[in-house]
Ligand binder design. Sequence first.
Ligand code: TF8
Length: 338
Amino acid sequence: MNIRFKTRLIVLATALSCAFAGAAAAADVKPRLIRFGYGLNEDSVQGRAARHLAQELEKISGGKLKMKTFGSANLGSDEQMQGALVGGAQEMMVGSTAPLAGMVKEFGVFDLPFLFNSEKEADAVLDGQLGQDLLKKLEAKGLVGLVYWENGFRNMTNSKHPIVRAEDMQGIKLRVMQNQIALGVFNTLGANAVPMPFSELFTALETRTVDGQENPITTIQSSKFYEVQPYLTITRHVYTPWVVMASKKWWDKLSPDEQKLVRQAAEASRDFERKDSRADSLKAMGTLEKAGMKINTVSPEEVARMREKVQPVVDKYTQELGPDLVRQLNTEISKARN
Ligand code: TF8
């Protein structure tokens, strides 16, 4: 090697190592333990994505940001965890937007029935202007909304009979999420809607405290609802997202570098979770069939009838949520559709 080339190499190497040392010194990341709670069990889309998030964060922080995940609502129901985050007793969680609407009413837009036609449309709205504006509204309430995960299109299960027409919902005690719009929608469809946290749902179905519930098929499978619910009706009546959130009290104590790493890991978990959810949902139908569920799909004509029936509820809540917001939502959906 000639001398000049050697010198050049040394200069280059020194410059590089200085740059790395500089970056490391500039990165202000302290060892921290983050408690992350979720409501489904470990062997669910939520469980897998929570583990992915924890691993990713540990990796990109060089082992400094450690996350301990708690599934099966071991840290509480979605609502209880929301409270713990606001109070600063818990660092992070994932949960449905439905119970969040009690804090930021605008999240109720995702409980309006029959909005989205596909996951692609939902992604566009959630990651677009409207979805991101809603996340920002959480800050004033003590929460930092990071990313949306897919919960998915919801379908109905019950222990009484197949639901072929809206009339079949008559008299069915149906557990719904703790949300005014969900309550209004299902009561209007003829069911007897009972709001209840998810953490109490399996027992309520098993003891027949309620006759049915509605959730995406991934959850119907992972929560083993097929053990206590013989009938599954594919209605895809609403697409509900999950939100990964942090306690604002805790978040404000993080350095900008730490915040950046948490955001980055959250985004990686979002991409992982959506893929996993879609793959899992393709498999879940077969599993549920094998488990003995009787599955029917409501006809497009019947969906149209259901839509018509719930229109007064949609109109009422469009006024309450803000007609401009609902208009913006519909505009963003039609953009994604075309
Ligand atoms: C529900 C939701 C649940 C979530 C989860 C427990 O029915 O669909 O999936 O809230 O975080 O409550």
